[in-house]
Design a protein around this ligand. Sequence first.
Ligand SMILES: *[C@@H]1O[C@H](CO)[C@@H](O)[C@H](O)[C@H]1NC(C)=O
Ligand SMILES: *[C@@H]1O[C@H](CO)[C@@H](O)[C@H](O)[C@H]1NC(C)=O
Ligand SMILES: *[C@@H]1O[C@H](CO)[C@@H](O)[C@H](O)[C@H]1NC(C)=O
Ligand SMILES: *[C@@H]1O[C@H](CO)[C@@H](O)[C@H](O)[C@H]1NC(C)=O
Ligand SMILES: *[C@@H]1O[C@H](CO)[C@@H](O)[C@H](O)[C@H]1NC(C)=O
Ligand SMILES: *[C@@H]1O[C@H](CO)[C@@H](O)[C@H](O)[C@H]1NC(C)=O
Ligand SMILES: *[C@@H]1O[C@H](CO)[C@@H](O)[C@H](O)[C@H]1NC(C)=O
Ligand SMILES: [Zn+2]
Length: 462
Amino acid sequence: MFLNGCCRFLAICALIFPRTWCFLPNKQRVLLVSFDGFRWDYIYKFPTPSFHDVIKNGIHVEQITNVFITKTYPNHYTMVTGLYAENHGIVANEMYDPVLNETFSMNRMTIYNSEFWEDAYPIWITNQMQGHRSGAAMWPGTDVKIHGIFPTRYMPYNESVSFQERVAKLIEWFTSEEPINLGLLYWEEPDEMGHRLGPDNPLMKPVITEIDDLLNYLVLELKKAKLWDTTNVIITSDHGMAQSSTDRIIQLDQYVDRDLYRMIDHSPDVAILPKEGKLDDVYNALVQAHPNMTVYKKEAIPSRLHYSHSSRIQPILLVADEGWEILQNKSDPFELGNHGYDNALPDMHPIFLAHGPAFRKNISKKAMNSTDLYPLLCHLLGVDPLPSNGSLDNVKDLLASEVPKEPQDRSQQESFAYFIGVFLGSILVFVFLLVFIKHLTRSQVSAVRLQHTEIAQPLLQD
Ligand SMILES: *[C@@H]1O[C@H](CO)[C@@H](O)[C@H](O)[C@H]1NC(C)=O
Ligand SMILES: *[C@@H]1O[C@H](CO)[C@@H](O)[C@H](O)[C@H]1NC(C)=O
Ligand SMILES: *[C@@H]1O[C@H](CO)[C@@H](O)[C@H](O)[C@H]1NC(C)=O
Ligand SMILES: *[C@@H]1O[C@H](CO)[C@@H](O)[C@H](O)[C@H]1NC(C)=O
Ligand SMILES: *[C@@H]1O[C@H](CO)[C@@H](O)[C@H](O)[C@H]1NC(C)=O
Ligand SMILES: *[C@@H]1O[C@H](CO)[C@@H](O)[C@H](O)[C@H]1NC(C)=O
Ligand SMILES: *[C@@H]1O[C@H](CO)[C@@H](O)[C@H](O)[C@H]1NC(C)=O
Ligand SMILES: [Zn+2]
């Protein structure tokens, strides 16, 4: 009876205590920013004082190896899952799932079919399941209900919403009474202009200057909101950009009848779904067709690309050499800049810099895999990461200390939680003593009538 009651009491306490810890405030704030298509070396090619200011007071990684294919959706999902494309399931900007019998495409709004995203759990879900709040301004996938969950706060995707409006929303969410601890910010440039002009075009200078101004704006707004020094801000991108030319076009119609296959994903990685029974015909027609086009059957795609183990990867993959385009014929859309090529190519690599209480200052690191960003983000947020293809060990040298310093407000709130803990603990001890003394008194009374061993027995058995 006595121990039974105690067990029940302890069980109740156990219910109360984790709740106390659940209300623990956010360990550290994190803001992850992506400037789509910002190549790693734009900061050396063009004047970018705001980028260099952040670097001087934070960290800079020169070469980020992103994931194949070096396109927007696969790489944004890698950043928030730590998984290769074949593992997170977003294998292209345009893909076909033979099991779902559905095509994933921005143009057709089918990116909102949540099943495409559910091979993985992105960081905003993990963050929320572990008691925090996330906020997203246009980050790819954040307005899709993945595993039944939206980010705590998010903006439905709308290209026309200005950078300033996106920043304002995030700051509002970071400073609200129920603050987010994780913010995700996406901006479409310099990708769009990079495609249109080509990265070698001198007209890229004003485009990059404008991005530098936007970064400056972001820093100033965070400073105004007193967030800059207490938030870990990571500025990165999904991929770089390579110069194309009308002299470097491979036309598939010259080699194979377009009625024999369906073209799923487009240059420079062409995903080909041959018509029933036509796999070998299409493969044989293309395999030696052009010296600047590599043709793989799915099972022969090199393992270093981590691009085979998904039903959304088609039976044949064509990959162009850097600067080359694969079209069906010359009337297909063509742009002067493109990306998607082999992720070992430096021109495909994105920018990476960071600033904040968790990061060292004025430190440059040579190389990093983009899969390591996810474990780093989880560490900064104080949440347990899910299994991924990255490792925190690879990026620990970016951190000011292995146990990052907490911002001011945390220590205050933590001492509050500590006080509650001590308070509840004291009540527990007090009640325990009270019950114990009561029991002792009772047993002494009974001891007069009963044998000593008989009293001890229920205590041991319970
Ligand atoms: C796949 O969907 C299309 C329509 O989008 C339909 O015509 C076709 O029959 C479907 N195929 C299978 C195998 O269900
Ligand atoms: C997108 O944003 C623009 C600018 O804020 C606004 O005018 C427009 O109505 C929005 N479109 C949708 C579909 O919400
Ligand atoms: C294109 O192919 C030619 C012939 O094999 C080769 O010399 C050249 O390096 C290739 N171009 C690229 C960008 O790889
Ligand atoms: C390219 O293909 C389109 C669509 O099939 C066709 O209308 C056009 O005439 C072709 N152009 C050339 C230059 O072959
Ligand atoms: C940053 O580090 C470089 C050497 O790595 C040094 O020359 C420079 O003075 C440092 N700048 C600051 C602001 O500490
Ligand atoms: C990137 O990942 C590969 C494969 O896991 C590994 O061999 C390599 O050392 C990593 N690079 C860095 C810079 O951590
Ligand atoms: C990548 O991570 C996933 C999830 O842990 C795992 O299933 C897969 O085998 C990993 N890939 C490699 C090449 O290690
Ligand atoms: Zn992109």
